[in-house]
Write a protein that binds this ligand. Structure first.
Ligand code: BES
Ligand code: MN
Ligand code: ZN
Length: 484
């Protein structure tokens, strides 16, 4: 995308393609009505014959409509007007862009629904940018092409357009990091990419290598890394947008660049998508990039724990007892419960950096997917008002998220006979919650929300508004939370 401009009159728009909306009660938006008038009632005719219904995400493509400058117009179903929100705007735009971007378009003009708030405009632009990028990183012939130019009609203001562009590009960054195959994306290469982003956007950064992690006594994270020939990394990036003496809010991400399960080896079918196990770290980097580009007026610290979980000769064993950075001892009873081992040490670093509040992101448990399905993020907390803030932000961006309980009873399941704590619950029941209870042991009472993104981080099947592969889930929600 080279730029974004506002302008009026859809039929006269100088663009290759137009996007206009239709409500499910058959009502045309003013822009759609203008196109309809110019075409002599083409769209109303389609509605009357129920060819087009306005059902949410229904796409109708009009080729070379007479009376309209653009060679192509897409009518996108907006669903019920009362239910239309920022999340719907994002999805509608992404669906339209997924369809339009199969051909090169030098300019696309979009006319949203009437009464657009700045938030809707930003989400619409973000959706357009996300919908133009496919998962085909390694295909010679690309199936999708970014629009040369995006134009937004109506009340769009420059700030909302710019915010949308930043959101969309950050979601795409997270998606791309996840979609990279594990041979290319491992702790060192992820760290390099993070440094690149830091340099480009002006984030302060540091990378802890193996030796530093040892000096810092990150025994829990290092134990996971031992089974792989790829050395681990901890990447720390900082955005200093607030007062110099203001302690930061911390974003912590699980960055297991491939999760084979370790000696508790996963069956092949469960392993096929495990390049996605660094999606938490990808969200952190993507949000930090957006925070820097949006110049958010607050201090943020992003911490990404990067390891590969492999069953090499030096791999941690079942029954091993690790000493985490906090000093707590952990009995390892399943090497496939590695995410919590990584996060134990990274959360401890966040606490040491005096984080006032923490959010962590992790593709942590299959149990969370069993509980909530593949579309919904699980939220766990030790501080209800901090969780309410996260839930509120998710509601505003339309990303499905549901809070899970944290009764003290669940903590009983991770008591060990020989160490302070063990890394699995008794059996598999409540596995998402026992995992969260484990993490809670390492936040030292800091207000904290854990987001288990194991379901929505990676789609195995496409949706009208999303491709297979990395989704960038929670990027928009957390930027919203931070007041972007
Ligand atoms: N990375 C997995 C969780 C996961 C599952 C992510 C499906 C995405 C999709 C995690 O490290 C894991 O293996 N968890 C185990 C925990 C168990 C051994 C206690 C699980 O969920 O089975
Ligand atoms: Mn695992
Ligand atoms: Zn994992």
């Amino acid at each position: 995308m080279t730029g974004a401009h506002s302008f009026d009159s859809p039929p006269e728009a100088r663009a290759d393609a137009l996007i206009v909306g239709l409500w499910s009660d058959g009502r045309l938006t003013p822009s759609t009505a203008a196109v309809d008038d110019a075409t002599g009632g083409l769209i109303r005719g389609l509605v009357e014959r129920t060819e087009t219904t306005g059902k949410f995400l229904e796409l109708t493509t009009l080729h070379a409509p007479a009376g309209v400058n653009a060679k192509l117009a897409i009518v996108i179903g907006l669903g019920e007007r009362a239910k239309f929100d920022a999340g719907a705007a994002y999805r509608a735009a992404a669906a339209a862009a997924r369809s339009l971007s199969v051909k090169v378009r030098t300019s696309v003009a979009c006319y949203l629904a009437e009464e657009n708030t700045a938030a809707h405009v930003a989400e619409f632009v973000a959706g357009l940018i996300v919908g133009c990028e496919g998962p085909d990183l390694y295909r010679a012939e690309k199936k999708r092409f970014s629009f040369g130019e995006i134009r937004i009609g109506g009340e769009a203001n420059t700030a909302a357009l710019e915010r949308g562009r930043i959101l969309g590009e950050s979601v795409n960054l997270a998606r791309r990091l996840v979609n990279e195959p594990p041979h290319a994306m491992y702790p060192e290469t992820f760290a390099e990419r993070a440094m690149q982003v830091a340099v480009e956007t002006g984030l302060a950064s540091e990378v802890w290598d193996q030796a530093r992690l040892e000096r810092e006594r990150c025994g829990s994270l290092l134990a996971v890394a031992r089974g792989s020939i790829r050395p681990p990394r901890l990447v720390i990036v900082e955005h200093r947008g607030g007062p110099a003496d203001e302690p930061p809010l911390a974003l912590v991400g699980k960055g297991v660049t491939f999760d084979s399960g370790g000696l508790s080896l996963k069956p092949s079918d469960s392993m096929t998508t495990m390049k996605c196990d660094m999606a938490g770290a990808a969200v952190v980097l993507a949000v930090m990039q957006a925070a820097a580009r949006l110049k958010l007026p607050r201090n943020l610290i992003g911490l990404m724990g990067l390891v590969e979980n492999m069953p090499g000769g030096a791999a941690m064993k079942l029954g091993d007892v690790l000493t985490a950075r906090s000093g707590k001892t952990i009995e390892v009873l399943n090497t496939d419960a590695e995410g919590r081992l990584v996060l134990a040490d990274v959360l401890n670093v966040a606490v040491e950096r005096k984080a006032t509040k923490i959010v962590d992101f992790a593709t942590l448990t299959g149990a969370c997917v069993v509980a909530l399905g593949t579309d919904v993020v699980g939220a766990f907390t030790n501080d209800q008002s901090w969780c309410d803030a996260v839930v509120g932000a998710a509601r505003r961006t339309g990303e499905p998220l549901w809070q899970m309980p944290m009764f003290p009873e669940y903590a009983e399941h991770i008591r060990s006979e020989i160490a302070d704590i063990k890394n699995t619950g008794d059996g598999r029941w409540g596995g998402a919650i026992t995992a969260a209870k484990f993490l809670e042991e390492f936040v030292a009472g800091t207000p904290w929300v854990h987001l288990d993104i194991a379901g929505p981080a990676y789609f195995e099947k496409p949706k009208p508004w999303a491709d297979v592969g990395g989704t960038g889930t929670m990027v928009r929600t957390i930027v919203e939370l931070l007041g972007g």
